[in-house]
Design a protein around this ligand. Structure first.
Ligand code: GAP
Length: 468
């Protein structure tokens, strides 16, 4: 199956209610996106599945929901005020601004671009003859560091409020609450805190649909360990993250692991790997896994003056700052990868193609669709009765569609990735044995297109929520 073009996916997302351009009726707001009825179902399912796997089903994990707004000292301590920026270059000809390292990446590789100092970016752009993607000019200004945090003001009087930031990662909420969580939950090392939520970054060059946006969602884990034990724990998380990728339907041939070079490491990290996905425009980061050592806890201890240590319950004389392994997952980026992976324009016969999303059942917006064969009232009543029974007994997400020919409805369900369709016809009612026996329905598989006749009793017995 070849990867779809991004345009084909963007078009399907709008047409079928997954993702809409933000503020569209006002001409939009560049690089903002709204999740439609099916997009939010898919995103919620990914998030729910992630939480179930990494929090609810693990004794060593607990959850948290900290605020988006935090004391600005948090961001001084974390290093975001001084270090969280990208090299910004201005095209002197058309005045457009770009990330210098991203422009260089294609020519000198990610690792090569990451080791450049701010002063080296502009000369290198000129030496490599990298032209402005907007106007084609070759007239770059000296690069400047551009801080990616969104700044705003707290307080009701304009100009007099305190400057604060919209959080650029969920991680810091977990670090500042480390002692609250550890003590209230009586957790012993190793244990982890997880949270999901919206974060903001004033990206210089957002784009590629929802791949890089200024507002997005993360699912992050801070896993606290005794110093010296982090090596095998890092490896275990690498395996767990990889398995997650496979279980949500990403193909191993479009996944790879990339180890960060020393020069490329973030200010807080002593080791980082990225899990990369092969997007239509090339390989790019999907997730990250970092060894943050005791950087964050020690910084918060220093800046807040509060103790952030852990006391060994077996030996209270042993007090230390735990190390942290951080598996981080972009939620909105996951949704994009899942959709890209699932999309296919499939040729069925010489003159017949269909668009289909081969979504894994654990993430598809609907598990099933019930399609009454015609709009006859008594047929719809029978189908509605079945709908209620299934929803109440199985907890599945079920669509109910009566508009259009049965063929068109099948194709619509294929396009939104519904794994199975159930057709209720006159056979089901006992009125036409040519269609089937009384109280039987047709069940159609999205991927194989095979149709099976089943009794309603058998169908109900075999329905259960999908598992990975
Ligand atoms: N706490 C560590 C941290 O925030 P990161 O690599 O900067 O690490 C984590 O971000 C994940 O968030 C990335 O792996 C990616 O999936 C996602 N992400 C980062 N920037 C993004 C953006 N501008 N738009 C969408 N997702 C983004």
């Amino acid at each position: 199956m070849s990867a779809p073009t991004l345009d084909a996916l963007v078009s399907l997302c709008k047409r079928r209610g997954f993702i809409f351009p933000g503020s569209e009726i006002y001409g939009g707001l560049a690089n903002t996106w709204d999740y439609g009825p099916l997009g939010i179902e898919l995103k919620n399912r990914v998030q729910h599945e992630w939480w179930k796997r990494f929090v609810s089903q693990r004794r060593d994990m607990v959850g948290l929901e900290s605020g988006i707004l935090m004391n600005p000292k948090v961001w001084e301590a974390s290093g975001h005020v001084s270090n969280f920026g990208d090299p910004l270059v201005d095209c002197k000809k058309c005045k457009q601004r770009f990330r210098g390292d991203k422009l260089l990446e294609e020519k000198i590789g990610v690792e090569g671009a990451a080791v450049l100092t701010l002063e080296q970016v502009q000369p290198m752009l000129l030496a490599e003859k990298i032209k402005c993607p907007s106007c084609g000019g070759l007239d770059w200004a000296i690069a400047k560091k551009f801080n990616l945090m969104f700044r705003t003001q707290q307080g009701v009087i304009e100009g007099e409020g305190a400057d604060i930031y919209l959080r650029p990662e969920t991680a810091q909420g977990m670090f500042v609450n480390f002692r609250n969580v550890q003590q209230s939950m009586r957790k012993r090392l190793p244990f982890g805190i997880a949270q999901t939520g919206t974060v903001f970054r004033n990206e210089i060059t957002p784009g590629n649909f929802t791949f890089r946006t200024r507002e997005f969602q993360q699912m992050e884990i801070e896993y606290f360990v005794a110093p010296g034990t982090e090596g095998p724990i890092f490896e275990q998380w690498k395996d767990d993250m990889w398995q997650w990728c496979l279980d949500i339907g990403l193909a191993p041939e479009r996944l790879r692991i990339r180890e960060h070079t020393k020069e490329e490491l973030s200010h807080y990290s002593s080791r980082t790997i990225d899990i990369e996905y092969k997007y239509p425009w090339g390989w790019g980061e999907l997730y990250g896994l970092a060894n943050r050592s005791d950087f964050d806890l020690s910084q918060h201890q220093k800046f807040s003056g509060q103790e952030m240590t852990y006391t060994d319950p077996d030996d209270p004389t042993k007090k230390f700052l735990p190390y942290v392994i951080e598996p981080t997952f972009g939620l909105t980026r996951t949704v994009l990868a899942i959709l890209l992976e699932a999309y296919e324009d499939e040729k069925l016969k010489e003159d017949d193609t269909r668009t289909v999303l081969h979504l894994k059942p654990i993430v598809s917006p609907y598990d099933l669709a019930i399609l009454p064969l015609s709009k006859k009232e008594h047929l719809i009543a029978k189908a509605e009765e079945l709908y209620k029974k299934i929803v109440q007994s199985s907890g599945l997400h079920v669509d109910f569609d009566v508009t259009g020919s049965i063929g068109k409805r099948y194709r619509r369900q294929d396009e939104i990735g519904t794994p199975k369709c159930i057709t209720v016809d006159f056979g089901t009612l006992g009125e036409d044995t040519a269609q089937g026996e009384k109280d039987t329905v047709t069940i159609r598989d999205r991927d194989t297109l095979k149709q099976e006749r089943l009794t309603i009793a058998d169908l109900l017995k075999h329905l259960h929520p999908p598992t990975a």
